[in-house]
Design a binder for this molecule. Sequence first.
Ligand SMILES: Cc1ncc(COP(=O)(O)O)c(C=O)c1O
Length: 410
Amino acid sequence: MKPNNDLTIPQFKPAERFSFFKPYFFYALDKKIELLRSQNIDIIRLDIGSPDMPPADFILNALVEGAHNPQNHGYMTHGGTQKFRKAISNYYQDRFQVTLDPNREVIGLLGSKEGLFHLSQALLNSDDIALVPDPGYPVYQNSTRMAGAEIFYMPLLEENDFLPDIKLIPTKILDRAKIMWLNYPNNPTGAVAPYALLEEVISFAYKHHIAIAYDAPYCDVCYDDYKALSIMQIPRAKDIAIEFNSFSKAYNMAGWRLGMAVGNPQLIEILSNYKSQADSSTFAPLMEAGIAAIDGDQSWLIERNLIYQHRRNLVVDCLTQAGFKVIIPKAAIYVWSHIPKGFDSSSQFCDTILKEAGVSVTPGTVYGNHGEGYFRISITSNNQRLQEGIQRLINTVKNNSTEKGTIQHE
Ligand SMILES: Cc1ncc(COP(=O)(O)O)c(C=O)c1O
């Protein structure tokens, strides 16, 4: 760089590999909503999946007690303390009957998002391909881009219950594919994976030497007596798969930034080495509270899931009665719905609803091209706000309808 002799203010540009990144959707949306609220507009946020209820008291107590321990304020072991990793392996044993070595097959994360993002950086070369579900959590594709690798999208279609048809992946793609991302219970569709799909995926990955990154942060937020699976329950999964899990949704701890990855020891080691360059583990009391969460009484989660289930029913019933075509989720904290007739695109629909109803919902295209024609409602608001938000949304659609007062879908 030339010396700056005339003292003009220097201009900084992002690295080329990052220059085509826009801000993360919810980061940009936060700013937009902050502006609207500063104009005293009442915005009901049904967009982001941030649990509105607190964790159980015994979890909070563990955090406070931990903070009073003078030995808890230094740097902690990379990838989480032994006790934390042991508690995670006990949780997998109790919840899924899966045995994990806490020293080689478990790592603590600063929320699962960073683990997902960092795995791509640590694993992918520029001539590798990542198989990414569409629609899917945006971090799978963005982390692949950041790593400079290529993406092959696996469409998740409604007629296929939002499951990938892996037989359709061309051989020339499989030759270069290094990782396949999967996420069930699924964000944004609410779909769940049957055992048979997970079995098929594991034997497919074996055959083609592809690592499976299974993202399961909603595995403990289920409805109608459904119990989600861990991919680690499939025989030989540990040879080929890494599973990400999180305290964010399962224990109402999204702001705490606490997560985990488990499974294949090589993948865990690669991620662990990478993370040791980027972070220095997390605050010990957070891990102690995490231990309390997974080791303690799980019965409060039943009540919590019933609250979500009630909200899910409320949203599904109101929208269906109004004429929307809605997917009924068995798990996770979202309702995935078709946009009604008369709107050009998901984002035009969501922009109109935000502007005219003061309700923020997420366009399906945030999750990929196959999200076009859909929008996502998060059920992380109390009944009253949720009901008001849905009612405002329905009224706005009716007002915009060419045949006033009716809602139609394609
Ligand atoms: C599918 C999926 N994976 C991972 C995450 C990240 O969760 P966290 O980083 O809070 O653990 C989310 C958050 O919404 C998600 O929907």
